[in-house]
Ligand binder design. Structure first.
Ligand code: NAP
Length: 302
């Protein structure tokens, strides 16, 4: 019998696993993709208290080792449903069933897509959602990054080191990303900011050839020839499978208080998949701890 089944092995899920194991209970994490979640792709983390500088990969491996050395188990399975019987029965896409006394949803979020013609068809053929994974294919070429958050700025900085030219296409003239990152990007000779602009069209049939952007103020269209387009326009939640046990807000995030409790006693939520205003590594780790201790307290009442 599993004490706490954690759905997702990103920073929130692995932090929860550490706290569950340290409370003397058994934690199992189900992970559909890679341990560490989206932070794995971040080249540099410099805002996690107590760690001056690390990479997303190194940070994730540290979490993974800490959790598994404490006895947590990771199963590479995608959870698709949760049913409350005497305990919680969680089914996975491959048909496995996991039974646990309590569940923590730590599903994170997935990359938002632009939703325009050819985006899906040219994914992997010029269109990417991960500069650190795919950037090296574009050495010496012109590329564009779409977005104005920390991911877009970090991607642009990373790509500017070996691409000929990097365009940052952003729909506003102000950035959500940190001022330091923006300054670093602006100091690069091969980065051009294309502001107040949206991508209207993707060019190319077998591979990406360019994008057509529209200036929101003037309506003018401009075609930019690029071999790579890195879309970094934020994340969207993926919690539909769990709405029987956990209420979702209008945007699809799981509604829960700071105590990480859902509408179902015994089901908790942690990290970016929860309704919240600040989605950071620190808040994900913090949620993991809160949800884990709440789950252990719940189990002690059974
Ligand atoms: P984000 O902060 O949500 O930024 C998304 C950007 O995409 C925004 O600039 C937004 O524009 C734009 N956007 C959203 N939908 C769009 C659409 N349909 N078309 C065009 N543009 C669109 O996402 P993120 O950069 O992935 O970051 C997510 C979270 O992770 C943030 O909290 C961020 O601070 C954090 N993060 C931290 C680090 C780090 O600390 N090293 C690294 C990466 C990410 P508007 O600004 O106009 O809304």
């Amino acid at each position: 019998m599993i004490d706490v089944l954690i759905i997702g092995a990103g920073p929130a899920g692995l932090s929860a696993a550490i706290y569950v194991q340290r409370s003397g209970k058994k934690a199992v994490c189900l992970e559909a993709l890679v341990v560490g979640g989206q932070i794995v792709n971040t080249p540099e983390i410099a805002n996690y208290p107590g760690i001056k500088k690390t990479s997303g990969f190194e940070f994730s491996m540290g979490l993974y080792e800490q959790a598994t050395e404490l006895g947590a188990e990771i199963e590479y399975e995608k959870a698709v449903s949760i049913e409350k019987k005497e305990d919680f029965h969680v089914m996975t896409e491959s048909g496995k069933e996991f039974i646990a006394k309590s569940v923590i949803l730590a599903t994170g979020a997935k990359n938002r897509h632009l939703g325009i013609d050819k985006e899906e068809a040219l994914a992997g053929r010029g269109i990417s959602y991960c500069a650190t994974c795919d950037g090296a294919f574009y050495k010496g070429k012109d590329v564009a990054v779409n977005g104005g958050g920390n991911t877009a700025l970090e991607d642009a900085l990373f790509l500017s080191n070996y691409c000929s030219k990097v365009y940052i296409i952003h729909r506003r003239d102000e950035f959500r990303g940190e001022p330091d990152s923006l300054e670093a990007v602006k100091s690069k000779d091969n980065v051009e900011l294309v502001l107040n602009s949206t991508i209207e069209e993707i060019k190319g049939d077998k591979a990406l050839e360019g994008v057509v952007v529209k200036d929101k103020n003037t309506g003018a269209l401009r075609e930019i020839a690029v071999a790579g387009l890195f879309i970094a326009i934020g994340q969207v939640p993926d919690n539909k499978d769990f709405e029987d046990v956990a209420e979702l807000d209008a945007a699809g995030y799981i509604s829960a208080s700071e105590e990480c409790k859902t509408k179902t006693p015994g089901v908790f939520v942690a990290g970016d998949c929860r309704t919240k205003s600040v989605r950071q590594l620190t808040t994900a780790a913090s949620d993991g701890a809160v949800a884990a201790l709440a789950a252990c307290a719940y189990i002690s009442t059974l």
